[in-house]
Ligand binder design. Sequence first.
Ligand code: KG4
Ligand code: ZN
Length: 359
Amino acid sequence: MLVFGIESSCDETAAAIVNEKKEIVSECLWTQIEDHKIYGGVVPEVAARAHLEHIDEIIDHTFKRAGLKPQDVDAFAASAGPGLIGGVVIGVMAAKALALALNKPFVAVNHLEGHALAPRLTGDVEYPYLLLLVSGGHCQILIVKGVDDFERLGTTIDDAAGEAFDKVSKMLNLGYPGGPIIEKMAELGDENRFILPRPLNNSGDCNLSFSGLKTAVRKIIESYAADCVLEHANINKQDTADICASFQKAVADCLIHKLERAIKVFKQKYPQGKDIVVSGGVAANTYLRKKMADLAAKEGLIFSAPPIRFCTDNGVMIAWAGLERFQKGYTDELDFKPRPRWPLDENAPKAAGAGGVKA
Ligand code: KG4
Ligand code: ZN
């Protein structure tokens, strides 16, 4: 079985073909980072135009690299939300056009399900597993019970973790995307130099918050700026590295603390579950991966994370989620409407309390 998938929900135009033996038959990715760098973040209109400009070439290359023709694949999948709607529409329309022209099924993939299932393609992760999904737009702790079967234990109540990395990087004039830059700077810094808050640490649930942490970093930067204009702050390289290291530690501490709570719930509800997994762009962070590996070892769980290039957005994860859905018989009509918002757990029975289960 061969499934073709397209990703275009943010700033990567990507496509891939995978099979049921977990082989990546071919993949192609165009990143728009250079187009957005000057703005310090993704500009939706710029992203949509860039997707339009590159999508045909990306699709063409993906088939050429595989030595296949579009009629050789069994289904066409696309990231159909959540995300920037201008880009999502372009990928969805392309996949639908191929499906229509070749009389093959179309599969609408939730972008978050792409991230969530990616570790099953790149490792031997079995349902049910505990997942930390941390990207630029989302930060959730979920139990993945199967395809389209998620139980959310906690979520951020404000910023996503990746968003916080990006904003802190912007405040420090370090560039976009912030995550990898902050991680690199942090290697040179003292993570214990600045005392930063651990928001919601005592909330008794699995929810997270990064907005206050970001504000605390802003205050530190302002303390270096005589006129309180961040761009004029006189911070040397060592100070910057120390801020980055202290911030990264605070983010990781918050995530690990809530994962400890989530593990209790997971073990209680699914004693047969043995995997803990991280995915999404922030999962590329080596510091976080190490802390999660240590936590898993302490808790007797197996830790998995996709290779770093499959943590950030890519076509492979969409093709794989499309394949898992297709295998289950989940296909979509050609009038499926792309969804800018699309909670992963919308079909799940609602958990007790707002936003998550008490641990
Ligand atoms: O999953 P992704 O490519 O796009 C979304 O679906 O949001 O995630 C992008 C996010 C950005 O916020 C970026 O700063 C963050 O992932 N990121 C990282 C690292 N690499 C990417 N955050 C921390 N450390 C990294 N090494
Ligand atoms: Zn993503």
